[in-house]
Design a protein around this ligand. Structure first.
Ligand SMILES: NC(=O)c1ccc[n+]([C@@H]2O[C@H](COP(=O)([O-])OP(=O)(O)OC[C@H]3O[C@@H](n4cnc5c(N)ncnc54)[C@H](OP(=O)(O)O)[C@@H]3O)[C@@H](O)[C@H]2O)c1
Length: 312
């Protein structure tokens, strides 16, 4: 919860603040304790007054409790914090869990996103939504923002429907799609995969990674920089793709990460068939980034740069 402060006018945006603490524009990051949230909150701290929105939040400045499945909780969080910018990272991000628990997936990924978009529209907050390459079936090599979504998994279905709902509710929204984010976790219990892999390799445990799923990965820090750059551009809206300049298999990515972490690439073994019982995943999720490249100063990294930045 917020500490009450003055009701002065924010110099940057000119908007009235119920709880003004600094002269910086205020960014509400919803899902701030997740994998991406920890990177974005860190990256945004210099230019923004960051408010971390999480289901469970300490009662102290800079934090707000928000459960996106609860419309009243969302409305209350926006009314209390009055953000200039809201970034929605909160999601049920486990594709296999979404496939099995469709009701929960819809409640969080679709209806939760709708609640947040509605609140952002009502409070005139600039809004960025994080979507996924899973909106595509992965049957062709290279997707632009104009390609029609063709999701294979229920997770992809929820993201596709959320994108459409958000763009109706708040046409000025930025929808940022990416396929595979790499990096070490800022906190335990997030979607980050690198900690677990490096821990296994450091005790000599081999890892099986699919050689039939191709993605253009992006590291969490670079992704956060692109989010911030898009949000700085006031007249930008619509869908954008972000990812490395080239796509590689999860297996090849694993070999490169293992080598960079100082372990033998032999610890990474190619998985040839999908594991039974898992949600369907597209074979080739190469997101083309020409649209982003045309407007951003940040350059699109190569896969080698993505890997290097994970360790910086
Ligand atoms: N990581 C990737 O490779 C990847 C790829 C494509 C797209 N994305 C998208 O990027 C976004 C961020 O992903 P991530 O990797 O940071 O995921 P993450 O580590 O799983 O973080 C998701 C966060 O959402 C929160 N959350 C879940 N349900 C909530 C609810 N009802 N109300 C409020 N918060 C809730 C979780 O909070 P709790 O800790 O309380 O559960 C968690 O902190 C998601 O939209 C995801 O779909 C990620």
């Amino acid at each position: 919860m917020f500490d009450p402060g003055s009701n002065a006018c924010n110099k940057t945006t000119g908007r009235k603040k119920a709880y003004l603490q600094t002269n910086k524009p205020r960014m509400l990051i919803i899902g701030a304790r997740g994998f991406l949230g920890t990177y974005l909150a860190r990256g945004a701290a210099e230019a923004y007054e960051v408010i971390r929105g999480n289901r469970v939040a300490p009662v102290e400045p800079g934090h707000i409790a928000i459960d996106i499945t609860d419309r009243q909780s969302v409305r209350s969080a926006f009314e209390q914090t009055k953000p200039d910018i809201a970034v929605l990272l909160a999601a049920l991000s486990d594709i296999d869990v979404c496939e099995k628990d469709r009701e929960r997936a819809l409640a969080v990924n679709l209806h939760g996103a709708e609640h947040v978009a509605r609140a952002a529209a009502q409070t005139h907050a600039r809004f960025l939504y994080t979507s996924s390459a899973a909106v595509f079936d992965g049957r062709k090599h290279g997707y632009t923002e104009d390609d029609p979504p063709t999701p294979l998994s229920f997770y992809g279905e929820t993201k596709t429907r959320a994108e459409a709902a958000i763009q109706t509710l708040i046409p000025s929204a930025i929808v940022l799609r990416f396929g595979l984010v790499v990096g070490f976790a800022g906190k335990a219990g997030t979607n980050a995969m690198l900690d677990n892999l490096v821990q296994r390799w450091s005790v000599g445990t081999p890892t099986l990674l699919p050689d039939f799923e191709f993605r253009n990965p992006i590291d969490a820090a670079t992704l956060s920089r692109f989010m911030l750059e898009l949000l700085e551009k006031e007249n930008i809206s619509g869908i954008f793709h972000v990812g490395a300049t080239e796509s590689i298999s999860r297996y090849e990515l694993g070999v490169m990460l293992a080598a960079r972490a100082g372990h033998s690439g032999g610890l990474v073994r190619p998985q040839k068939e999908p594991s039974p019982g898992r949600a369907p995943r597209g074979a080739d999720h190469f997101l083309l980034t020409h649209k982003l490249k045309a407007i951003c100063d940040n350059s699109i990294p190569t896969c080698n740069e993505v890997i290097e930045r994970c360790f910086q």
